[in-house]
Ligand binder design. Structure first.
Ligand code: ZN
Ligand code: ZN
Length: 367
């Protein structure tokens, strides 16, 4: 069949809306009619070549939701008509990590990093040219063939755009607080970067009962939003001394936790000066793969500080994502307020321009 998708042919050039040929789903795969896809900073990193995967040409996009239209042989998880959200890490359910409650580290993820299906082949072509797809899901695509390991069934009353965002930024942000850091009631947290993921770290801190939620950003409009999502304090380090302010708010002790949501070595290093003795820094944002940290060893040991990596919110994908959608339904998570702009697939380049200018908390492509 044919599908319309946004294709990246060269780094730092606009996406091209193309009519592509799409093969039918094979063993363990499903055809999904995509309804919504989120525009995430990780997609921007693919467009600019900061992330050199998948190979080009490719269809970027890793957040999305839609309706199953066809299932391949051996698919029992869903049937045509079911609503699903896309998981950007496929979870097999049987490897060491899946069996130990860490499906976000599933061994299958190494197979989709190359922008191919789990069996190593492609489903998308333009003439004789094979088209790769980001982490095996490339969601900027009206019809999409994905592995059943890369989807989660959702209830039909969940809006597609809400499901799309929950599948990445919401899970990552809230999971960083609840799963990676395990913040407790009364704790103090600093969040460096109050964008699409940072706002969800703030929402996670509210859920956890943190009483000092300190949002940090260079943009005052982001700090105003942070307040609306539950930040108790805000700091603009372009105008104030970050470390002094954090120490003042925490009565000279330092914060229990600091989250770097930007993905910059300098910020991770400075975050270690914001936490108390025994405090923890959580790395949520990801920059270029070759970046290195420069950390003095002794204070880490003597002050017993810890540095934690956080991937996909350290989440048990199926149960945790379902919980987040339930929290949304009962009004405990503000997900509607995350969406600041909507685009058609044809206007997707405008969506990325608005992400770069800092205008959007989250832009969504309605397919
Ligand atoms: Zn994302
Ligand atoms: Zn697995």
């Amino acid at each position: 069949m044919k599908t319309a998708a946004a294709v990246l042919y060269e780094y730092n050039t606009p996406l091209v809306i193309e009519n592509l040929d799409l093969d039918a789903p094979r063993q363990g795969e499903v055809l999904v009619e995509m309804k919504a896809a989120g525009i995430c900073h990780s997609d921007l990193s693919v467009l600019t070549g900061v992330f050199r995967m998948p190979p080009l040409p490719c269809v970027p996009g890793h957040e999305g939701a839609g309706i199953v239209r066809e299932v391949g042989p051996g698919v029992e998880k869903v049937k045509p008509g079911d609503h699903v959200l896309i998981l950007w890490v496929p979870a097999c359910g049987v490897c060491y990590y899946c069996r130990h409650g860490q499906p976000y580290l599933c061994q299958l993820r190494d197979q989709t990093r190359g922008g191919v299906m789990l069996d190593g082949t492609h489903r998308l072509t333009k003439g004789s040219q094979k088209i790769f797809n980001m982490v095996g899901v490339g969601t900027f695509n009206r019809f999409n063939v994905v592995s059943q390991n890369s989807i989660l069934p959702i209830e039909p009353d969940i809006p597609f755009e809400i499901a799309a965002l929950t599948g990445c930024g919401v899970m990552t942000g809230v999971g960083a607080v609840l799963n990676t850091a395990k913040v407790k009631p009364g704790d103090s947290v600093v969040i460096i970067g109050s964008g699409g993921v940072g706002i969800n770290v703030i929402q996670g801190a509210v859920l956890a009962g943190a009483t000092k939620i300190i949002a940090v950003d260079l943009l005052d409009n982001k700090l105003a939003l942070a307040k609306r999502f539950g930040a108790t304090h805000t700091i603009n380090p372009g105008k104030e001394n970050l470390q002094e302010k954090v120490l003042e708010i925490t009565k000279g002790i330092g914060a229990d936790y600091a989250f770097d949501v930007v993905g910059s070595p300098k910020l991770v290093e400075s975050a270690l000066d914001l936490i108390r003795r025994g405090g923890k820094v959580v790395m949520v944002g990801m920059g270029p793969a070759d970046q290195k940290l420069n950390i003095p060893m002794a204070p880490m040991l003597v002050m017993e500080k810890s540095l934690l990596g956080c991937y996909y919110g350290s989440s048990n994908l199926s149960t945790d994502l379902t919980t987040l959608l339930d929290l949304y339904k009962i009004g405990r998570l503000n997900l509607d307020g995350l969406i600041t702009a909507r685009y058609s697939l044809e206007d997707i380049n405008q969506g990325f321009a608005d992400l770069v200018s800092g205008k959007n908390l989250r832009g969504v492509v309605n397919m």
